[in-house]
Write a protein that binds this ligand. Structure first.
Ligand code: 5GP
Ligand code: MN
Length: 335
């Protein structure tokens, strides 16, 4: 990455989360520090509580597909972060596929689509793509293993994804996760300031909505140890919902001992229902998402899509989980 005139585009997945925005902007600031002028392409807008991370050269693909396609096609290097298949880049997929640029994947999901990329940095053991980017950057000769040689904004962005993808160090952590956290704190990163922006800056709507979905839109399947919430377009309108405002709600039902699988189903204007699944250790949300919800993800946090009216989702979910649990390898062994 020495040539200064390389045109570099960074790309991540649809509905960008903290790890998607953190890893792309973390790398962006490192590349800028080396003298490059990268551009970030997001397939669609990110939630309000991540917007402070967005860099100067940015294109939201579904808002400006022409510019987005040009950035994806007319570049020398296309770096894809935090997703494992080009189809996860939504409206950017076609141009990203056509692009003749050298494509590099940096990701922590299992089974990456290796044939679509010239270089693949895939480490599913990493808590987050941000953690993976951090350790890859430490290996760069100019960084020489020292966090102090990375730009502050890189550390700031990468810490955001480290927090969000681990649910604040609650899951997917390894000793390396905490080593990174210690390193960034030593460099002056203020975790309390970052968590404040992420979790203590919502509009009142979020709490109202959380109460409503928990009380009015939660369905329980006690024999399956599962609970779901459905979030229709009508309810989104009622609460003046902004994308991202229901982040984390899917984890709530797992607070009860009896529940080992939780789902949040969000109706979209694009003709499908967005699926978000979380499970406790011993139940594979990933396999369930792959087999029944046109998706995938991590062992205990996965997502997908359902092409069904939202009213039909509960019955579909119940049948799907029942069939899934009849396969002996999937029978829950919840701790
Ligand atoms: P979330 O529930 O937060 O939207 O997604 C949880 C995880 O599931 C994400 O980190 C991602 O790995 C995965 N995921 C979400 N949606 C999809 C999807 O449509 N397809 C696939 N393959 N994975 C998804
Ligand atoms: Mn991630």
């Amino acid at each position: 990455m020495k040539e200064q005139n390389l045109r570099i585009t960074l790309l991540t997945h649809t509905h960008p989360d903290g790890d998607a925005v953190g890893s792309t902007t973390g790398l962006y600031h490192y590349l800028e520090h080396l003298g490059h002028r990268p551009t970030l392409v997001l397939p669609d807008a990110c939630p309000e509580n991540l917007q402070h991370l967005l860099p100067e050269r940015l294109c939201i693909h579904n808002q400006d597909p022409e510019q987005g396609d040009a950035l994806l096609e007319n570049c020398d290097l296309l770096v894809c972060l935090d997703f494992n298949q080009l189809k996860r880049s939504g409206s950017a997929e076609a141009a990203a596929t056509r692009s003749q640029a050298k494509k590099i994947l940096v990701d922590h999901h299992i089974n990456p689509e290796r044939t679509a990329f010239e270089e693949v940095y895939s480490e599913p053991v990493r808590s987050s793509t941000c953690e993976l980017v951090y350790y890859l950057l430490l290996q760069q000769p100019d960084v020489n293993g020292k966090a102090q040689n990375l730009p502050f904004q890189t550390l700031y962005s990468l810490t955001t994804g480290l927090l969000t993808d681990t649910n604040n160090f609650n899951n997917s952590t390894t000793p390396a996760t905490f080593r990174m956290a210690a390193d960034v704190c030593e460099q002056g990163i203020d975790l309390d300031e970052i968590t404040g922006r992420l979790y203590r800056s919502s509009r009142p709507n979020r709490l109202d909505l959380m109460g409503y979905l928990l009380n009015e839109r939660r369905l329980r399947f006690p024999e399956l140890g599962a609970e779901i919430m459905t979030f229709s377009l009508a309810d989104q309108k009622k609460f003046d919902y902004l994308s991202g405002e229901s982040e984390g709600f899917v984890n709530l039902p797992l607070q009860t001992k009896q529940v080992h699988l939780s789902g949040l189903f969000t109706e979209t204007t694009e003709g499908y229902v967005r699926v978000s699944l979380r499970s406790k250790r011993g139940f594979s949300a990933n396999r369930l998402a792959q087999q029944y919800f046109n998706g995938g993800g991590h062992e205990n946090a996965a997502g997908g899509r359902l092409y069904l009216p939202i009213q039909e989702v509960p019955a579909y979910f119940e049948n799907a989980v029942r069939a899934f649990m009849e396969q002996s390898e999937n029978r829950a062994q919840v701790l």
